[in-house]
Design a protein around this ligand. Structure first.
Ligand SMILES: [Zn+2]
Length: 82
């Protein structure tokens, strides 16, 4: 199982627990499900936007060694041409 799939299941499990908690407070099942779905969609949209923003800011990714922003295929820290 990939990391993102694992994270997806952790998110779903967390929301399911939250939904059970809502049911425990006496909230009707239908409202608990609606709230859980709204939170799930909200998190997906938030994470999607954050990833998109990150891709726009660092289109070439970050250096695996120092975490610096890669520009023109090089890390300014580790790939200094002398
Ligand atoms: Zn580097």
């Amino acid at each position: 199982m990939s990391m993102s799939a694992k994270r997806e299941w952790i998110l779903i499990a967390g929301i399911m627990l939250f939904m059970i908690g809502l049911l425990g407070t006496g909230l009707a099942l239908i409202y608990s499900v609606i709230i859980a779905v709204v939170i799930y969609v909200g998190i997906k949209v938030y994470v999607g936007r954050k990833n998109l923003k990150l891709r726009q800011q660092i289109p070439e990714g970050i250096c695996a060694h120092c975490g610096n922003k890669i520009t023109q295929g090089k890390c300014p820290n580790c790939d200094i041409q002398t």
